[in-house]
Design a protein around this ligand. Structure first.
Ligand code: ZN
Length: 389
């Protein structure tokens, strides 16, 4: 029989406690601690994680809720809880070396964490709801000022989450333009990463050891690029994408074989070697586990690691009356002049103006969730009904 564990209580404190337990497991080799954090992480990812990566559904004692208790309008999802969950996920990766922990960390970083700050960097969310009737607005300060300072601390910590090393294995965990230098296979290896991620899924790595060396480069292949929305059954893509991940080493195509969420390139590296990874980024519809009552009959939109939201300002002042039928075609394009430059999702939604009224078609525009509430207060939804209610 499998032992169960349930994450309960204050979500921020819980993730910091679980981070410490994960460190104890790693440093002491205590398998009981390791098994406990495995079960807790599996519980959070299966039943308590918002599609934005947020956790801590309840405002009362800032707590995890019951199984599948993930309300959208009243989602508490404190910015600090997202940060705590990301830091815990990083420690779980360090303990286990598996890509699924970074998959969840990435979902948090680009969505529920990033929404905590305005595009200008001066206004903050304490709570990060997935739906608003216009009541939510970032503010410039809180009496309990944990979130702004924690958010800034996390931003400064971000460079340390991109790469990792274990013996002669070098991990590329996040796709962020960057340079690093690691010691592997007895050489000093410079790595330069070039990418437009998250707008484009092409990632180029220049590998320059100071002398030829044998090492394994482990590049994370995100779950979303291989039809896995989350490493649990909490969310799933409505349809499978047939677009495949492609890999080229020194310009030559190579098969993509995965080990624990990573493609592994174990070979002799010499200065000037290049790796190019192409992660296809079609627009995806996401569905929630039937246990999540609030998301039944609704769909969310994802492209690459980003979750999308519809805002009232783009729909004649309303977003909560939009309906997105299954199969309605969706397109994507980059709008340099919108919200600092964002990839948007467009299509045709239906609006029902009043009960019993005939639905009419309207152009739909979805923006990355993190960028909402940067053009004033208004209605917003991540989970869009697929039929009139
Ligand atoms: Zn906080």
């Amino acid at each position: 029989m499998t032992q169960q564990a349930t994450a309960v209580g204050h979500a921020v404190r819980a993730t910091y406690l679980y981070s410490a337990m994960t460190d104890v497991a790693g440093l002491s080799g205590d398998t009981a601690y390791g098994a406990a954090v495995d079960r807790l992480w599996a519980d959070v990812v299966a039943k308590r994680l918002y599609v934005t990566g947020g956790i801590g559904s309840r405002g009362v004692v800032e707590a995890f809720g019951e199984d599948y208790e993930l309300p959208n309008r009243n989602a508490y999802t404190e910015t600090c809880a997202s940060i705590g969950n990301a830091l815990w996920g990083h420690r779980m990766f360090l303990l286990r070396g598996e890509g699924r922990y970074v998959d969840v960390l990435e979902r948090i970083l680009y969505n529920g964490y990033l929404s905590g700050v305005s595009l200008g960097g001066t206004r903050f969310f304490y709570q990060n709801p997935l739906e608003s009737a216009g009541e939510s607005d970032r503010t410039d300060y809180f009496e309990v000022a944990c979130c702004p300072s924690n958010l800034a601390r996390m931003m400064a910590q971000l460079p340390g989450l991109i790469y990792a090393r274990r013996g002669d294995d070098v991990f590329v965990n996040l796709f962020i333009g960057s340079r690093t230098r690691v010691q592997a296979g007895g050489a000093s290896v410079a790595i330069a990463q070039t990418t437009r991620y998250p707008w484009d899924g092409t990632v180029r790595l220049a590998i320059d050891p100071d002398r030829p060396t044998t090492m394994a480069l482990r590049v994370r292949v995100p779950g979303w690029s291989r039809n896995e929305a989350l490493p649990s059954d909490l969310y799933r893509f409505a349809e499978s994408s047939r677009e495949a991940v492609a890999l080229r080493v020194n310009g030559k195509g190579e098969p993509v074989t995965l080990d624990q969420g990573y493609l592994v390139l174990r070979r002799r590296w010499t200065a000037g070697d290049t790796v190019e990874l192409r992660l296809p980024m079609p627009v995806r519809r996401l569905l929630a586990n039937g246990g999540v009552q609030e998301d039944r009959g609704r769909v969310a939109l994802q492209r690459g690691p980003l979750m999308y939201a519809v805002e009232g300002i783009d729909h004649a002042g309303h977003a909560l009356n939009l309906v997105l039928p299954p199969g309605a075609p969706l397109a994507t394009s980059f709008r340099a002049g919108l919200l600092g430059g964002v990839q948007v999702i467009t299509g045709t939604a239906r609006v029902v103006d009043a009960a019993g009224a005939a639905p009419r078609d309207v152009p739909m525009l979805a923006i990355p969730y993190y960028a909402w509430n940067n053009r004033g207060r208004g209605e917003m939804a991540v989970w869009i009904p697929t039929a009139p209610r």
